[in-house]
Design a protein around this ligand. Structure first.
Ligand SMILES: [Zn+2]
Length: 118
């Protein structure tokens, strides 16, 4: 009996952690991405489509449309990382991954995290 209740307790702690991780403040992320990209409109779309791509972005001078693969980006940190990647393309106005891309992406990721947690 003792083992049984222990398992139940562990399970509920795990469930609590999962619930906490899944509360993502989308409006806040949109606002942050608007600020960094200077676009009038930023949309973040979650897809359940089965693909190996983690995320993608289409943008023009006014707007950026980001798609995030919810199957591969489940945690808050995954989503922020994917957003940082796509937002870096928008800021660069390019879909290329040149030598400096990942350095700029890391800088943008830090900016998103700092704004998101405040
Ligand atoms: Zn890319």
């Amino acid at each position: 009996m003792r083992n049984g209740s222990q398992i139940t307790q562990e399970h509920s702690v795990q469930e609590q952690n999962e619930v906490q991780e899944h509360i993502i403040r989308w409006n806040r992320l949109v606002r942050i991405c608007k600020g960094i990209t200077n676009k009038k409109e930023v949309n973040i779309n979650l897809t359940t489509m089965q693909t190996d791509l983690r995320a993608g972005v289409i943008f023009n001078s006014n707007s950026a449309n980001i798609v995030i693969n919810g199957g591969l980006c489940k945690r808050e940190s995954d989503i922020i990382e994917a957003l940082a990647h796509e937002i870096t393309h928008v800021v660069d106005n390019s879909q290329q991954h040149d030598n400096m891309f990942y350095e700029r992406m890391e800088e943008i990721r830090s900016r998103i995290v700092a704004a998101y947690v405040n």
